[in-house]
Design a protein around this ligand. Structure first.
Ligand code: F3S
Length: 66
């Protein structure tokens, strides 16, 4: 599973890196970034889904959903 942020949609709300700091970081302007190329480590799937559902801009996509 991978996560991906659409930079066109991200407005820097920061919920992704607050809720899932192991999966997301922030750039200098507070926009979300993905760590490890977006790879979700085993056991972090629920956290990834939590971040996806909490982004107000729906800017986070989940890829490779099994
Ligand atoms: Fe951006 Fe959504 Fe995170 S707007 S900073 S991807 S919570």
């Amino acid at each position: 599973m991978r996560v991906q942020i659409d930079p066109e949609r991200c407005q820097g709300h920061g919920r992704c890196y607050d809720l899932a700091p192991d999966l997301f970081g922030e750039d200098d302007e507070g926009y979300g970034t993905v760590l490890r190329d977006g790879q979700v480590p085993p056991g972090q799937e629920r956290t990834a889904r939590l971040a996806v559902s909490n982004c107000p801009e729906r800017a986070i996509d989940l890829l490779g959903e099994a």
